[in-house]
Ligand binder design. Structure first.
Ligand code: ATP
Length: 322
């Protein structure tokens, strides 16, 4: 298990001489930074090797000026709060967080096999078996997040990383909403604004994966993540988003009108589960009835043959052929 250090600049003195040397994870000087792994709207992710142990991490570096200018001050705090709470096989781990005068650094577990989006791009589509496997791992991640009173709000193949054994690791909790306590809930990291003729709507996330109620300006609920989960199943099997048009405004209209087609080539179980998830009323989505929680989804024939307990313990390997 990764050790989590303090976010603020503190000096930690290890007085327990029996302990093996720990990574010096709580300051920039403890790392050798390497190649760029990716970048997003508010961060650059680079390789970071701990000098003490040689362990490779991924450092998410966020420039403070950029965050302040974009009025996204809450983003790092929400992401950090969520990641500290979420210790799960299928969620990226935060090893430490610290800052210097210019940047905020998150030291994350290094997930070496890219993301689900790139895997879909590379293969065109995924086999039903593999899509079923990744959807099942994703569902367990969502179940865990929701049980911990967090909504992810930006579930999409780009944010699903693949670890060294090709299991999923859900990442990018900057758009998350913490549902409990006095903690600030969200920061609208990926808040976008779309104007149609009548409305100006702000929303958080990626338009192809956002349900209509959010586009209409309503509060997110668990059904927000379930909608994105349904869209992700479609993208794995068909190689393209369920809702997509020539620009965001047209895509926006398609989502609002729930205008989508499930082609005849799509697997019958997939068709059935997608059509039961992609429905207008959030509470009517499969798995969104409170008393049943996500059991309804797990019991769907799309997941026939999945052994949920060993899967949750990461005891089942992804069905990947070379
Ligand atoms: P966005 O603008 O999409 O919200 P972001 O600024 O929050 O992006 P991330 O989505 O967290 O940044 O990361 C951007 C990219 O960096 C990812 O798509 C991935 O390729 C790479 N990356 C992020 N985290 C890791 C990790 N833990 N291990 C390996 N690569 C990573």
């Amino acid at each position: 298990m990764l050790k989590v250090h303090n976010y603020k600049h503190t000096t930690q003195i290890n007085t327990n001489t029996k302990c093996p040397p720990l990574d010096t994870l709580n300051s920039k000087s403890g790392f050798v930074f390497g190649k760029c792994l990716g970048s997003g709207s508010y961060s650059t992710i680079v390789e970071a090797r701990a000098k003490n142990s040689g362990t490779l991490y991924a450092a998410k570096i966020m420039n403070k000026n950029h965050i302040i200018k974009s009025k996204k001050l809450k983003y790092p705090e929400v992401e950090r709060t969520a990641l500290l709470r979420l210790d799960n096989h299928f969620i990226v781990k935060l090893a430490s967080a610290f800052q210097d005068t210019e940047n905020i650094f998150f030291i994350l577990s290094y997930e070496e096999n890219g993301d689900l989006f790139s895997l879909i791009e590379k293969n065109g589509v995924l086999s039903k078996q593999l899509a079923q496997f990744y959807a099942a791992e994703l569902l367990l991640a969502i179940e865990f997040i929701h049980k911990n009173n967090i909504l992810h709000r930006d579930i999409k193949p780009e944010n699903i990383l693949l670890d060294k054994d090709m299991h999923i690791k859900l990442s990018d909790f900057g758009s998350a909403k913490i549902l409990d306590g006095n903690k600030e809930d969200h920061m609208n990291k990926t808040e976008s604004t779309i104007c149609d003729r009548k409305n100006i709507v702000s929303f958080t996330g990626t338009i192809e994966f956002i349900p209509p109620e959010i586009l209409k300006g309503n509060q997110p609920e668990k059904g927000t993540d379930i909608w994105a989960f349904g869209c992700t199943i479609y993208q794995m099997l068909m190689g393209k988003p369920l809702f997509k048009d020539q620009n965001d405004l047209f895509t926006f209209q398609k989502v609002l009108n729930i205008e989508y087609e499930l082609p005849s080539s799509l697997d019958l179980d997939a068709k059935d589960i997608i059509s039961k998830i992609i429905v207008e009323i959030p509470e009517e989505r499969l798995g969104c009835k409170k008393e049943l929680e996500l059991k309804e989804i797990k019991d769907h024939t799309f997941f026939k043959g999945i052994s949920w307990i060993p899967l949750g313990m990461k005891q089942i390997q992804p069905p990947i052929s070379d």
